[in-house]
Structures are given as C-alpha cells and as structure tokens.
Design a protein. Structure first.
Length: 238
C-alpha cells in the first residue's frame, strides 16, 4: 500500500500479462512516470489483490490463462466505474475492439508505442483533477458519499474474521435502541440517526448478520423506511 509520504499524484497501476518480458516493460514505463505498478500473470491473481489494493488504472492482456483479460476488465468496470482500463493485446479481432469500446476500455494493440501507455496515465490524472474540482461543488451527484452503491462490498473490502458474540450483541442492542427512537416523532433526534447509520455500516464492515424487524424488514430497510418518513436521506437503497 502507499506510504503517507509518497506523492498524492502517484497512481497504483495493475498490470496483468502472462509474458514476463511484457510485464517488465509495462512496469518500467509506469515507474518512469512516477507511479507504482503491481504486476501479475493471471486474472485470478489480479482478483486476489482487489481486497487490499485500490487501483486507479489497469493494463490487461487479453489472452490470459484461465479468465480472459476482457472479462476481468468487465468485472473491474462494474466494481470501479472511475478506473481507467486498457486492453493491451496482440488480438486484432474487430469484435474484441467493438466490445472494448462498449465497456469504455482503451484498446492498445501489440506492439505498442510507449506514448500510448503514457497517454492512459495522463488521461487518468486529467480526469482525476476534473473530478476533484467537481467534488468541491454541491452539484456533484457524489457530493455526499454514495453509501448505497458500495455498502454491499464492505465485508469483502475489509475481510474481517467473524467477530465475538458479545460485540454482535452490543451492536444489535444499540441499533435497536436508536431505531426505536427514530420510529417516534417525539423521540426522533439526529444523534440516533447518526448512531443507527454508524451501527449499520459497522455491521456491513464486520459482516454481522442482523435480526429482522417484527414486520420482516431488514434493519437496513427499516432505517431507510424511517428516513423516508422523516424526510431524510436514505442510505441503503432499500
């Protein structure tokens, strides 16, 4: 992972190619640009890195052992819409080129010019600067964190082992008290709103199985239902 003292402009770049010489070439180009590259020889090994690395860019060969590169690219595109993905391949099938375009994946044919790799890196940095400027404005759709979009991924992202029952019981008890207060117009308060939301997110992170309400709703659904009733923002898409 990146050290705190490293440049915030340094990118973490995933390289997936089963040819050692090609991996070394791509890593060398990326390092010369001042970025960090993690290189593996299969899509399966790349998937193992995702819980512990957040990559901004991925360079993928297509003809890999096991899972094809474009299939990996499709998965990466769904899980991280802002990632820049480039398929670097000797395959020249027009259908492959068409599919990369549909997935917003950059197609780079082998052999390539080093400048093509450079352009992908610079494009990401330019787009990141645009997003940073947009985030300073409330007009950005993600001005507030889009919790509903990523809440389901939290258990895998943190990968925390099963927590002790006493922690689960404490979490569930606090959630029930806060939600009980939120159900009452007279007892509603913003503190319990924050406590309930924090507890529900903690349950996601810890992968704790929560009980349902007497009406059969999950506590995530109950929280969103109560927020709608009080004219507040829902968080879990329930």
């Amino acid at each position: 992972m990146r050290d705190a003292g490293e440049s915030p402009d340094q990118l973490d770049v995933l390289v997936v190619d089963d040819t050692p010489e090609m991996r070394e070439l791509l890593v060398a180009i990326i390092h010369r640009e001042g970025h960090q590259a993690i290189a593996v020889d299969s899509a399966e090994k790349a998937l193992e890195l995702l819980p512990v690395w957040t990559f901004q860019i991925a360079f993928l060969d297509h003809n890999l052992p096991g899972m094809e590169g474009l299939l990996l690219g499709e998965y990466l595109r769904r899980s991280n819409p802002s990632m820049l993905i480039a398929l670097v391949t000797g395959e020249d099938d027009p259908r492959l080129v068409k599919r990369t375009r549909e997935l917003s994946v950059t197609f780079i044919a082998k052999p390539f010019d080093n400048a093509q790799i450079h352009r992908v890196l610079e494009t990401y940095r330019a787009l990141a600067r645009e997003r940073a400027a947009l985030r300073e404005s409330a007009s950005d759709g993600d001005f507030e964190p889009p919790i509903a979009r990523f809440a389901g991924e939290l258990p895998e992202s943190f990968g925390i082992p099963k927590v002790p029952d006493r922690i689960t019981d404490r979490l569930v008890g606090t959630l029930k008290r806060s939600l009980a207060n939120l159900r009452s117009a007279s007892r509603y308060n913003e503190r319990d709103r924050v406590v309930a939301l924090s507890g529900l997110l903690a349950a996601r992170v810890l992968d704790v199985e929560l009980p349902r309400t007497s009406s059969g709703l999950t506590l995530f659904e109950e929280y969103d239902r109560l927020m709608q009733a009080h004219g507040r923002r829902t968080e879990f898409g329930a």
